[in-house]
Ligand binder design. Structure first.
Ligand SMILES: *Cc1c(COP(=O)(O)O)cnc(C)c1O
Length: 383
């Protein structure tokens, strides 16, 4: 089987798994317990928090553990909105191609009286920083733009957006779930005030993530309970997952250059080969994309049938986000890029990890070629 769906989730990094195991076996204590077993768990969490802070350019007390990207997005946006409401600022800027964790939180705020501006996306899948400056008003309390898109893989000008927000004293949140561990992210250099990340997108376990919030930004509670995470995120901490996330992130950051050097040429070769196929259109800029991320539309194709046929040939791919697979709504990200609903229904996302081999690339190219031959023939026969 060839796994080319790493934007949906990644395999666990062996170093992360190894780091986790002792905290599920010999050292399973509750980090709030005062005995030796609890204290060891608590110390492991402190170490993990420091390691993650170091990787992001943050301070350890600016890192809080959540259940993943979705929760971090919700808590970040609702916290900034609460602050905004206190100062009568109820305007928020975001983009039309955010993850649903962001978009649906914005929808909720809209029904709560907030005004949301959804920025158009340039056809290359990259936001222009000027768009942010144009839309900021005195009542803007938050700008939320993702660091890299989960469907097209396009990388956004985070540092420039951060600079603009800082100058206007507007909080800048970025959903960096696809970026962290894959491309450099530094909250200080890029002037990021709040950031969401999720371990299972970079070789960590599922169900654990981080919300980074600059030290002077108060967080609201999504849950009420004990005093964990300074009372802002109660519930017994998932120490094995926290330790695994830190190990996966440290490894991903250490090997980032090496990994990019391996993946980018393979990604480019796959892109070039697929571009030769009939009706092929690359979604998003050729270069400003994540190292292993490709997204195509194929005129006369059909996402569902393509995925089925590729699956039969042992290839795990996706049509867009895992969250919309199974629903036949046209993909909101591709629509935001200006694709027609019909064309958006022909998308294919291939997201590679380092476990992909050059030979796998040949296999994928052949499989997509064969798949398209079958589907496009059908399509033309039916006309
Ligand atoms: C996967 C993903 C999320 C959701 O993260 P979970 O940890 O699965 O909740 C949010 N944003 C983006 C961009 C993602 O790719």
């Amino acid at each position: 089987m060839i796994y080319a769906d790493n934007a949906a989730t990644t395999a666990i990094n062996p170093k992360a798994l190894e780091a986790m195991l002792p905290f599920m076996t010999q050292c399973f204590g509750n980090a709030s317990s005062t005995h030796e077993m609890g204290q060891r768990a608590s110390q492991a969490m402190t170490k993990a928090r420091m390691a993650i802070a170091r990787c992001l350019g943050a301070s350890p007390h600016e890192i809080s553990f959540t259940s993943g990207g979705t929760e971090s997005d919700n808590q970040a946006i609702l916290s900034a909105a609460a602050l905004g409401r206190n100062t009568c600022k109820t305007h928020i800027i975001t983009s039309a191609f955010e993850h649903h964790a962001v978009l649906n939180t914005m929808k909720k705020l809209e029904t709560d009286g907030f005004e949301i501006t959804y920025l158009d996306i340039h056809s290359d899948g990259v936001i222009r920083p000027e768009q942010i400056a144009e839309h900021i008003t005195p009542s803007t309390c938050l700008v939320s733009v993702m660091a890299a898109n989960n469907e097209t893989g396009t990388i956004q000008p985070v540092a420039e957006i951060g600079g603009i927000c800082r100058r206007h004293h507007v909080i800048f949140h970025t959903d960096a779930v696809q970026a962290v561990g894959h491309i450099p992210v530094d909250v200080h250099e890029q002037q990021i005030d709040m950031l969401s990340m999720s371990a299972h997108k970079f070789g960590g376990p599922k169900g654990i993530g981080v919300l980074y919030a600059r030290k002077d930004i108060p967080l609201i509670n999504l849950l009420e309970g004990g005093s964990q995470e300074r009372g802002k995120r109660p519930g017994t901490e998932n120490i094995p997952a926290i330790v695994g996330m830190a190990a996966a992130l440290e490894d991903a950051c250490e090997r980032m250059d090496e990994s990019q050097k391996y993946l980018i040429p393979l990604r480019n070769r796959l892109t070039d080969e697929l571009l030769k196929l009939p009706g092929a259109i690359l979604n998003g800029d050729y270069d400003k994309r994540l190292p292993g991320h490709i997204n195509f539309c194929f005129q006369g194709g059909n996402s569902e049938s393509m995925l089925l046929l590729l699956n039969q040939q042992g290839i795990c791919a996706s049509a867009g986000s895992a969250c919309t697979a199974g629903s036949m709504e046209p993909d909101h990200v591709l629509l935001a890029l200006g694709r027609s609903p019909e064309l958006a229904g022909t998308s294919l996302r291939l997201t590679l990890s380092e476990s992909i081999t050059p030979n796998d690339i040949d296999v994928i190219v052949q499989a997509v070629t064969d798949t398209l031959r079958i589907i496009q023939n059908d399509c033309f026969a039916n006309q």
